[in-house]
Design a protein around this ligand. Structure first.
Ligand SMILES: C[S@@+](CC[C@H](N)C(=O)[O-])C[C@H]1O[C@@H](n2cnc3c(N)ncnc32)[C@H](O)[C@@H]1O
Length: 163
């Protein structure tokens, strides 16, 4: 077991239309109409320079409303079978880090206006990176058990199992 403790402070906050983890989309593909704002703290505003040239960005954030009961096998939203936690995107994990690729509508001061947001309003932002298909999309990716069709993911809504 590693001895080092890693601690981060949020660099900002994500505003979204969703007040609760329950009943909301489970991935950005199901939230294409959901508009949100990523607001970085003043100290980091200059770091948004040049971001407007990218159509999408990667948000890394803390699932602050996830429950404490972390299991190594979970039934994910997109299946009816238990799966190893690390083969899922379940929010309830040892380090509650979430990742979403969202569309950038505009960058305005310390705010990034985004679309396709699948997080609860007030989610603490840990990092933001540009999405670059050549870096981030392998052309030979296999997706294991996660064979839910695109239309299933689009219409799927979360329940309270990870709260
Ligand atoms: C399945 S996770 C996927 C999130 C991200 N796209 C990922 O893959 O890491 C999305 C679900 O997490 C829950 N959720 C979103 N924001 C949360 C937060 N701040 N705290 C706890 N749960 C959250 C909601 O139930 C939402 O439907």
């Amino acid at each position: 077991m590693t001895e080092e403790i890693v601690a981060y402070e949020p660099i900002g906050v994500i505003q979204s239309p969703f007040d609760s983890p329950e009943g909301m989309p489970v991935q950005p593909i199901g939230a294409s109409d959901a508009v949100g704002t990523v607001e970085v703290d003043d100290a980091y505003a200059d770091g948004l320079m040049d971001l407007e040239g990218f159509s999408h960005c990667i948000l890394l954030y803390h699932f602050h409303r996830a429950g404490d009961d972390v299991s190594m096998q979970v039934e994910p939203f997109l299946d009816e079978t238990d799966r190893g936690l690390f083969s899922t995107r379940a929010p309830q994990r040892p380090n509650r880090i979430g990742l979403s690729v969202v569309q950038i509508d505009s960058v305005d001061g310390r705010e990034v206006n985004v679309r396709g947001i699948d997080v609860v309003d007030g989610t603490p932002l840990v990092d933001l990176k540009p999405f670059v298909p050549d870096f981030d999309v392998p052309d030979d990716a296999d997706t294991g058990w996660m064979d839910a069709s695109t239309s299933t993911v689009r219409s799927k809504r979360a329940d309270d199992r990870f709260c």
